[in-house]
Design a protein around this ligand. Structure first.
Ligand SMILES: *[C@@H]1O[C@H](CO)[C@@H](O)[C@H](O)[C@H]1NC(C)=O
Ligand SMILES: *[C@@H]1O[C@H](CO)[C@@H](O)[C@H](O)[C@H]1NC(C)=O
Ligand SMILES: *[C@@H]1O[C@H](CO)[C@@H](O)[C@H](O)[C@H]1NC(C)=O
Length: 362
């Protein structure tokens, strides 16, 4: 349905103002590798292989994909530049937003560091601290110099705040044998507090992604526990997808609570899980092949994925010759083609609660 049609339909059912497109002057993003546009790369040189970026940026772009991420397509759709990573000190321009996401980020701060196979030190709470710093210091700096590199003061009220985090909390809780019923409520508490604080600092428009079908990704599939190896009809690991759905149900509840306690703000809960699962389930129909197979992976077989030889290892690993037909890029993350497909789906609003298209999320 095009915008005009949507407006007409809305006009019939609601008030006329409902169909005016929003003009977000900036996007401020929090999250993990699903939306990191270079934060971990600037800090820890990961992912550094130029295979990451081969489709679109033609150099290592700091994104965990061969090209653009959903957040890039969101920025494009509003005519805004791609988001600079807050942690990047080179060539950044924050005039239309900033990105606090880093690959490996979790909601809950973790004790196992990145170099021991753990997680990014920039958990959601740390990202919030960075945001607070950014908000106050960007205004100080902007008054003295660098005005054209900094957001205007009002942008913090007018911006779209996007959040996409949780996948790494799920892998951490699963592989450290913690109980989901204990762990997930703790993540929700942090999530709620962080969103409330962003709101206190002026944020009004929130676009919140739930977590995708973890059990369809090779890095989870190859580590199915022998006690529950079940696959569903698509070939995804049931145990991991159940875990993701459990997280998502609680996230949905949390967002519902936030909507009640902060009625002047707009909260859009986006069911990215269902969009991605739809893609895995109907891959051929949408122009994709071998949906569970890793494009930039190693070892062949159903998943072409080996935890010891990852896409990063350019000396050994070659990307497949058809990334535009692959859903899974490196066994953990999605290809640009998949990100673009998912963006086009979720932007319509049909996976959102309330079901507003992205262009009207204000
Ligand atoms: C930063 O980006 C904005 C928008 O793209 C542009 O107008 C501005 O000139 C840029 N600043 C610098 C110093 O390049
Ligand atoms: C979790 O449990 C499995 C199976 O009992 C065990 O092999 C594994 O070492 C445990 N992991 C941790 C981090 O305790
Ligand atoms: C989220 O919760 C609402 C109730 O608050 C429910 O109507 C909706 O179906 C849920 N959405 C998803 C995707 O589970």
């Amino acid at each position: 349905m095009n915008l005009l049609m949507q407006c007409l339909t809305l006009l019939l059912s609601l008030q006329a103002s409902a169909c005016t497109a929003c003009k977000f002057p900036a996007i401020i993003n929090f999250g993990d590798s699903n939306s990191d546009t270079g934060g971990l790369f600037a800090t820890f040189d990961r992912p550094s292989s130029s295979l990451y970026g081969e489709t679109f940026f033609h150099m290592p772009s700091g994104r965990c994909s061969d090209g653009r991420l959903i957040i890039d397509f969101i920025a494009e759709s509003f005519g805004l530049p791609y988001l600079s990573a807050y942690l990047d000190s080179l060539g950044t321009n924050f005039s239309h937003g900033a990105n606090f996401a880093t690959a490996g980020s979790t909601i809950m701060q973790q004790s196992v560091p990145l170099n021991k196979g753990g997680y990014s030190p920039f958990s959601l709470e740390v990202q919030l601290l960075q945001f607070s710093q950014f908000k106050s210091r960007s205004q100080m700096i902007s008054r003295k110099f660098f005005e054209s590199l900094m957001p205007k003061k009002d942008y913090f009220k007018e911006a779209l705040y996007t959040i996409d985090i949780g996948q790494n909390d799920l892998t951490e809780l699963f592989f450290s044998n913690q109980s989901a019923d204990d762990y997930i409520p703790l993540t929700m508490k942090v999530f709620r507090e962080v969103v409330k604080e962003i709101y206190q600092q002026g944020g009004q428009y929130f676009w919140i992604h739930n977590t995708g079908p973890l059990g369809c990704l090779a890095y989870a599939l190859i580590r199915r526990p022998s006690s529950s190896p079940e696959l569903d009809s698509v070939g995804c690991a049931v145990i991991f997808n159940k875990l993701a759905q459990k997280f998502n149900n609680m996230l949905n509840e949390t967002v519902t609570q936030l909507r009640k306690s902060l009625p002047s703000a707009t909260f859009i809960y986006v069911d990215v899980y269902s969009a991605k699962y739809n893609l895995f389930s109907n891959a051929e129909k949408y122009g994709f092949e071998t949906p569970l197979r890793t494009c930039c992976g190693y070892g062949g077989g159903d998943y072409n994925f080996d935890l010891n030889v990852m896409c990063e290892d350019k000396r050994i690993v070659k990307a497949c010759s058809y990334p535009e037909k692959s859903i899974v890029w490196d066994g953990i993350h999605y290809s640009e083609a998949a990100n673009k497909w998912v963006f086009n789906e979720i932007a319509t609003g049909k996976y959102s609660q309330p079901s507003l298209p992205l262009s009207q999320a204000c």
